[in-house]
Write a protein that binds this ligand. Structure first.
Ligand SMILES: Cc1cc2nc3c(=O)[nH]c(=O)nc-3n(C[C@H](O)[C@H](O)[C@H](O)COP(=O)(O)OP(=O)(O)OC[C@H]3O[C@@H](n4cnc5c(N)ncnc54)[C@H](O)[C@@H]3O)c2cc1C
Ligand code: SF4
Length: 328
């Protein structure tokens, strides 16, 4: 590990002021950042420890939504009664991620910003445009089984690994931040992450030193909430394909549908055409196929990950069947 400066922030304002300079990074639970530093994949010059800031509350809002502090541990969030009762898709997604010990350390903000699990990103001896811009993408011709089939570019085919972010995308979360100049902003999660394009190393719209302070969820949409994660092992493995769904069926028709997908793209993927193919339709295999067609019309495999395309179709169908059964 390379040497670095360390400071502990006493307040959010103190944190953003300390992290304003290039090369500074926040550290929360450290479960992703420290691994990357040990491998010298990330080499921050300065760590600003935010782990003791008072951003660890889950608060109900008057509009029926909820505000989740950026430092709420993943395990506390999954166990919170408000989250379990009203946003069960989020609780299920959190519990499908990592292990109990990791979830105790992992924070809400850090989970949103965890880096890809592409093997080549972690291997300093290989070209990787995300780790070292301009060095090429070893995964395109290499072993790409776990990588993306939607929204890729010739420069990067990595996936975003977070389960929690997929549920938050389906729930229309808003990310609240504090900038280095002291101003605040609220970023809808749909605008937060970036596709790889020709700058895969820039993964989101945060500025240098911008601190995530909270994530706000609107009141939950009506319907049943499902999180289904397909992975190589029953636990302690990242998603090959995942689906977060909130689906309402009324009078024999799909009244509303909110769906986000993990394991398929550089960001938690949501496509209005998928939801449009479902809403107003009677649930049937043909309807579910039309939704999968909408989802996968631009999908492209890279060899080892071709299987993700039919797997996504089957996983979506299984989730939709389950939603209909839960309404029956
Ligand atoms: C073996 C293993 C298995 C795992 N399996 C899964 C899994 O199946 N599913 C899953 O979703 N995750 C999984 N994870 C990832 C884990 O969930 C993340 O490492 C964790 O959520 C990151 O949170 P953290 O607080 O430790 O972040 P840190 O490591 O502290 O930080 C991560 C990044 O976020 C930045 N950051 C942190 N907080 C803030 C903030 N408030 N504002 C701005 N920037 C911030 C840091 O600067 C850093 O760049 C796994 C991790 C491991 C090690
Ligand atoms: S897919 Fe992205 S992260 Fe993986 S090697 Fe290519 S550029 Fe790097």
């Amino acid at each position: 590990m390379k040497t670095f400066e360390y400071s502990r922030a006493e307040s959010a304002q103190d944190a953003v002021a300390s992290a304003a300079a290039q090369g500074a990074r926040f550290i929360a639970g450290g479960t992703n950042l420290l691994d990357l530093m040990k491998l010298q994949v990330m080499t921050p010059e300065k760590l600003v420890d935010i782990s003791r800031l008072p951003l660890d509350q889950v608060e109900p809002l008057v509009d029926g939504g909820v505000r989740i502090g950026a430092l709420v541990p993943n395990s506390d969030l999954a166990a919170n009664p408000l989250i379990r009762e009203r946003y069960s898709v989020l609780a299920k997604a959190l519990l499908a991620g990592a292990s109990g010990q990791l979830r105790n350390k992992a924070s809400t903000g850090g989970n949103l910003l965890q880096r890809t699990r592409c093997y080549y990103f972690y291997d300093n001896s290989m070209g990787c445009n995300k780790r070292a811009p301009g060095t090429g993408c070893s995964a395109r011709q290499g072993f790409n089984r776990i990588l993306a089939v939607l929204g890729t570019s010739e420069h990067c085919i990595a996936t975003h690994p977070s389960d929690m972010a997929v549920a938050m995308r389906a729930l229309d979360a808003t990310i609240h931040t504090l900038r280095a100049d002291g101003s605040e902003r609220a970023i809808p999660i749909g605008d937060f992450y970036r596709l790889p394009g020709d700058t895969p190393h820039i993964e989101n719209v945060l500025e240098q030193g911008e601190l995530i302070t909270a994530i706000q969820l609107p009141p939950p949409p009506p319907g049943v909430q499902i999180y289904r994660k397909v992975r190589d092992r029953a636990s302690y493995a990242f998603a090959l394909v995942s689906v977060a769904a909130v689906i309402d069926v009324a009078d024999g028709r799909i009244a509303s549908a909110s769906l986000a997908f993990g394991g398929l793209a550089h960001l938690p993927w949501r496509d209005a055409q998928v939801e449009a193919a479902l809403v107003g339709q009677a649930p049937s295999p043909a309807t579910f196929d039309a939704a999968a067609d909408a989802l996968l019309q631009g999908a492209r495999g890279h060899g080892h990950n071709d299987f993700k395309i039919p797997l996504a179709r089957r996983t979506l169908a299984a989730v939709l069947h389950q939603a209909v059964e839960m309404h029956a």
